[in-house]
Design a protein. Structure first.
Ligand code: ADP
Ligand code: MG
Ligand code: ZN
Length: 628
């Protein structure tokens, strides 16, 4: 809003002013004034004198101090009819007047329009006035706008840094796939709507609820839905907005926010990314951050300062509860933690249903199929997916979204924008071998996910891609599956190596190798899947920079470290040999598939398996399919 107003003003001012001048010019110029009541034909001064000599002129009206005349004369060219012309006169011409009088022409003179002069003066003043007024207005506004020039002057009183929505318009029905979270929060709605029910029995209404979950899972949406269901205002601010350059600004923002909220109770205060302010105090590289700590202290003070029953409930969101200061998690502050996890297949289906409500889907579209194809997608990803599909449908000028657009949109959300295919060349051949390498290893290993399609159409960073049908969100992955994944990921490099030789392998496998190394390392250090035995040697995330202390990281000796490296290496070596073996043993199938891939650019999984099965036996895959 602010921005658009400023832009409008900025452009509208000069346009208005220029428009005004043009308008003024058009109407107050005497020539135009004269032209209004006449035919617009012009006559030269010489011709006019000729006509005068010939006695054709009947009347002359002088305008503009005698510089323009409207002449009524008999036109010999059109049956001697009386016509009117405009004549530009050469300024002050007393003899002309005398001649006109002598020839008995009816003569009249019109004074220049006085109001024109008045307008002219006003017009001259108007521009600077508008300009100065406009600038003043802009300056006034921008001093309230974050980062504007007035910022430094009134940093103590922050304004408009938090948002208030009187009605969010979001209800629980708009949030799907996170049923447990919704159920827990249902109670919060009751706190807001019927606090008596709890206070009557002496219960203390919780002040803070912490929503914990990865980005895009619907935390913001959920908070809005609570406000929407309870019909209370929704104040929101992002944790990062508390943290400012000037010490004390964040704290004063917190104070402002709570003051406003108290005036509007009952209401919801939503603090997004609370980890930005709420991190462990005094931790992290370079020690604490004074400003952040002051802000956090202020937040704690405010939370303690109001009684639990004032009807303000603070909802905060974070995806890293582990870095939060423990003071925030104490009872009486954010004592309720609600996990908002990425949805499972059923949840994805429900979310798709929510977002399909306002979209036109063809009958053939099966939301179940989409839900199955998208393990790991969050609510935001799914919303984005349907939107991309809708955009694609509009671009293709279809009436309803079909499965074709949905598939294209899934690919796009997962792997990025489609590029133009390479022209046939040596590198295209090499990429084809690389992809077929992944696909054939994946197909021939019993524990690998089945191939969905292989394509040479570039997408995002990748020149070619092999898609595997992900098995349904598996909680537990076996050692055999991990080994198969590592072999499959090495299949591309293995094919390059087998077909083109050691010297020709390319950088194309860089990404694959990164994944391979990380999988193998985790097998050794986290999952106890190596000769080192069932030991956990590393925690899941190395939180070096954010919050936690970073010194006590290595919990093992140098000797163990080198044994870990040895184990990782042996896993990778084993899988690489397996991949190379599969490629070279099936060289004929690989060559044929590569030719086909270069010709068709995409081979789908069934056709791929069909061709492979003509050469060797393809193992049955055991795929878990959850009922939905
Ligand atoms: P977060 O705050 O967890 O990062 P958001 O609440 O901002 O995620 O979600 C972004 C968008 O994604 C929402 O506006 C909504 O359109 C969609 N979305 C996310 N999760 C869900 C869900 N569980 N149900 C329906 N829509 C969702
Ligand atoms: Mg959010
Ligand atoms: Zn690859």
């Amino acid at each position: 809003m602010k921005l658009s107003w400023r832009v409008v003003l900025l452009w509208a001012l000069p346009i208005l002013v220029i428009g005004f001048f043009l308008w003024q010019g058009a109407f107050s110029s005497p020539a135009a004034d004269a032209g209004r009541n006449t035919a617009s034909t012009r006559m030269t001064y010489g011709r006019f004198l000729d006509y005068l000599d010939a006695g054709r002129v009947m009347a002359v009206d002088l305008y503009d101090g005698g510089r323009t005349a409207i002449v009524e004369a008999v036109d010999p060219q059109i049956d001697n009819r009386v016509q009117r012309w405009r004549v530009d006169l050469p300024g002050n011409t007393p003899d002309l007047i005398t001649r006109l009088k002598d020839s008995n022409v009816s003569l009249d003179s019109h004074p220049p329009r006085n109001d024109g002069a008045l307008w002219g003066v006003l017009g001259n003043l108007l521009f600077p006035i508008l300009l100065i007024g406009g600038l003043f207005f802009l300056f006034r506004r921008s001093s309230n706008v974050p980062g504007g020039p007035g910022q430094a002057m009134n940093f103590g009183k922050s304004k408009a840094r938090f948002m208030m929505e009187a009605k969010t318009g979001v209800v629980f029905d708009d949030v799907a796939g996170i049923e447990e979270a919704k159920e827990e929060l249902q109670e919060v709605v009751t706190f807001l709507k019927k606090p008596e029910r709890f206070t009557a029995v002496g219960a203390r209404i919780p002040k803070g609820v912490l929503l914990v979950g990865p980005p895009g899972t619907g935390k913001t949406l959920l908070a809005k839905a609570i406000a929407g269901e309870a019909g209370v205002p929704f104040f929101s601010i992002s944790g990062s907005e508390f943290v400012e350059m000037f010490v004390g600004v964040g704290a004063s923002r917190v104070r402002d926010l709570f003051k406003k909220a108290k005036e509007n109770a009952p209401c919801i205060i939503f603090i997004d990314e609370i980890d930005a302010v709420g991190r462990q105090r005094g931790a992290g590289i370079g020690g604490g951050n004074d400003e952040r700590e002051q802000t956090l202290n202020q937040l704690l003070t405010e939370m303690d300062g109001f009684e639990g029953n004032t009807g303000i409930i603070i909802i905060a969101a974070t995806n890293r509860v582990d870095v939060l200061d423990s003071a925030l998690l104490r009872p009486g502050r954010f004592d309720r933690q609600i996990m908002v996890d990425p949805p499972d297949v059923k949840g994805r289906l429900d979310i798709l249903k929510v977002h399909a409500r306002n979209k036109k889907l063809a009958d053939e579209v099966s939301l179940e199929a989409i839900a199955r194809r998208t393990p790991g997608f969050t609510g935001a990803d799914l919303a984005n997916l349907l939107n991309e599909a809708a955009i694609l449908t509009a671009r293709r000028r279809k009436d309803a979204i079909t499965m074709g657009e949905i598939d294209a949109a899934v690919d796009r959300v997962i792997a990025g924008m489609e590029g133009t295919p390479l022209v046939d060349s040596k590198s295209k051949r090499l990429i084809a071998y690389h992809e077929v390498g992944h696909a054939i290893v994946g197909t021939l290993l019993k524990h690998h996910d089945p191939v969905q399609k292989v394509t040479l159409i570039p997408r995002g960073q990748a020149q070619g891609l092999t898609w595997f049908t992900p098995s349904e969100d598996q909680m537990l992955i076996s050692r055999a599956q991990l080994m198969a994944r590592i072999s499959g990921a090495l299949g591309g490099r293995a094919a390059e190596d087998v077909i083109f030789g050691d010297a020709e392998v390319t950088t194309g496998a860089g990404n694959d190798l990164q994944q391979v190394t990380s999988m193998a390392r985790q097998m050794v250090t986290r999952f106890g899947m190596s000769d080192l035995g069932p030991l956990s040697l590393e925690s899941s995330q190395g939180e070096v920079f954010l919050g936690r202390d970073w010194l006590n990281r290595s919990e093992y000796s140098e000797e163990i470290a080198s044994r870990i490296d040895g184990q990782v290496r042996s896993i990778v070596d084993h899988c690489y040999n397996e991949a190379k073996r599969l490629v070279s043993e099936n060289r004929d199938a690989v060559d044929r598939l590569v030719d086909l891939l270069i010709e068709k650019e995409t081979i789908d999984g069934d056709e791929f398996r069909q061709i492979v099965s003509e050469y060797t036996s393809v193992p049955e895959k055991e795929q878990l399919v959850t009922q939905i």
